[in-house]
Every structure is written in C-alpha cells, then in structure tokens.
Ligand binder design. Structure first.
Ligand code: NCD
Length: 308
C-alpha cells in the first residue's frame, strides 16, 4: 500500500490504515538500522532537501541520515546563509528548490501553514517538520511507534501530555494521531498554557498534573516554548516545576511500567526532573532512534507513491 496524498502536512484527517502502514514499514526499517550495514536502495536516484527556517538537532539530522541510509542524495538549506536572508519569499524559494530537482522537501517554519503553502507550489512531496504551533506529524509518528513497540499497541492507551500545550505542535499532532488510533489523550498544563478549544477535539484537559498522570500508560512531557510565549504565562520556572514538572513522585502515580517520553530538547529541572528523564521508565533516547526508522519509512512510502 502507498500513501494517498503527495504530502504529509499533518496527522489531522490521516486515516488509521495509513498511520499503521507507516508504523509497520518503520518496524522493518528499524531492523535495517540495527544491522551492521545500514544501507538500502529505496531512495536511489532521489533527492531529498531539508529546508529549515527554525533550529533543529534531531529532526533535521534524522531526515538527512534516513535519506543517506537509503541511498538518496540529501542536501540542507537553512534560512541563514541562503537567499532568504536577502528577502526571497517562501514561494520563490520553494519554486527554486523544486527546479533543483528535489523529490521530497522537508520544511520547518515558524509560520502555521507554511508547508501547506509550499506544497501547493511544488511538484515534490512536502513533509511538515514543524509549522509554528500547528503540527509536527513525524514527531507524533515516532512517538506512536515507540508506544506500539514498547506496549504492544496504541488502541486503548491512556496518554497524559503535560506542559506547554498552547505552543506545542507535538501536542497537536499527537492528539490527532493518537485519537485516530484509538488512544485516550489527557492534556495537563496551567490554564494559561492550555487552549480550551482542545476539549472539543475529543480529549480531556485538566489543570492538575496528578489527575492526568494517574492511571496513565504513557506520560509525555513538553518543553516550555519560551521563544513562542508572551511574558507572564507562569510565575517562575521554580514554581512551574513544583506544580507542573514531571517528578518521580508524580510518575509513581501512573500505571506500573508506564513510559516516560519527551520530544526533546528538554529543559531539565523545569518540565522534567533529571531523575525522571534518566530513570528506568524513560524511553526518551529510544524515541530519537525510532525517529530515524519512522522517517526512513515515510520517505520510502512517499517516493514510492510518486512512481506508481
Ligand atoms: C519539537 C519541536 O521542534 O516542535 N522538537 C523536536 O522536533 N524534537 C519540540 C520542541 O521544540 O520542544
């Protein structure tokens, strides 16, 4: 089976069958990743461009490595050092990149909808690697992959997502993906970081972290996105940690063997304590490895679609 759309712009509206297809393909890719010879011909003759207008460590590098492991040509464009710094528009930049014969463009941008705009102007497949506070579909896919791998499935899981929900594209993509796959999502944050409209999207929202964590199968921390906040959404970092941080006492309320997750980068001692981040229940490091497998799967499925 191939994916039905040219682009992956978000998980909202993506059917469960397609999410399962990506996760199942990623399982095969993970076997290749774990082998001594991380080389496949799946992307031979294909060009993959990462186009990053915002900072990234994991997402950009894992797309680049995924492309290279599968024999593709990978190149990167970042806003500083490109003609964007000379004032070139996103659409003109996109057209230029399309003419450089790229097959897949992976875009991260601070503006909600930037990948959607780009996708309308290029022949290449566009993958959203995070658009403002809207979506970050490949992060949610790797999160779901990790849950499935560790807990045997996604349907019926209680997933508590704790932190700066308002500014988190990871939270939104997980909401759409997890509810499609039959999990129950609870968001917990101070009221200033908890958008009320999310309650209408079929999840639970609470100001009490303990309530969200109690009986959770998965507890996911979110980074406080200071770069996207206006001032004054919480009093001090110390107080935030005390009332909303993931501490060993709070994690003890979750189900036995519950997973602790975080998309990274972490603010240790703010949204998560080091004891939890480095503790036995943490799968944060494995999320990073799984990100490569999931991105390999996605690049393969999207480029295969283009030749059919
Ligand atoms: C996330 C992002 O950029 O949205 N990071 C990531 O891709 N691993 C989360 C974050 O920046 O907090």
């Amino acid at each position: 089976m191939a994916l039905s759309k040219k682009d992956l712009l978000g998980l909202r509206g993506v059917p469960a069958s397609e999410i399962s297809e990506i996760l199942n393909t990623a399982e095969l890719m993970k076997v290749i990743l774990a082998s001594n010879n991380k080389k496949t011909p799946h992307l031979q003759g294909k060009t993959i461009l990462t186009v990053f207008y915002e900072n990234s460590t994991r997402t950009r590098l894992s797309f680049e490595l995924a492309s290279k492991y599968m024999g593709g040509v990978a190149a990167n464009m970042s806003a500083s050092g490109s003609s964007v710094a000379k004032g070139e528009s996103l659409i003109d930049t996109a057209r230029t990149l399309d003419r450089l014969a790229s097959d897949v463009m992976i875009l991260r941008h601070s503006m909600t909808g930037a990948p959607h705009l780009m996708a309308q102007h290029v022949k290449a497949s566009v993958i959203n690697a995070g658009d403002g506070t809207n979506e970050h579909p490949t992060q949610a896919l790797l999160d779901m992959f990790t849950m499935k791998e560790k807990l045997g499935g996604i349907s019926g899981l209680n997933v508590a997502i704790v932190g700066d929900v308002t500014h988190s594209r990871v939270a939104r993509s997980n909401l759409w993906g997890l509810t499609t796959m039959g999990a129950k999502v609870t968001f917990a944050a101070p009221p200033t970081l908890l958008p009320p409209e999310l309650a209408a999207a079929g999840c639970r929202v609470t100001e009490y972290v303990d309530d969200a964590v109690r009986e959770a199968d998965v507890v996911m921390g979110l980074r406080i996105q200071l770069e996207r906040q206006q001032k004054g959404l919480f009093p001090t970092v110390r107080e935030y940690h005390r009332y909303f941080g993931l501490t060993p006492e709070r994690i003890a309320l979750a189900k036995k063997g519950a997973l602790v997750m975080h998309p990274g980068p972490m603010n240790r001692g703010v949204e998560i304590s080091s004891l939890v981040a480095d503790g036995e229940q943490s799968v944060i490091d494995e999320q990073v490895t799984n990100g490569v497998a999931v991105r390999m799967a996605l690049l393969f499925l999207l480029t295969r679609r283009n030749v059919q």
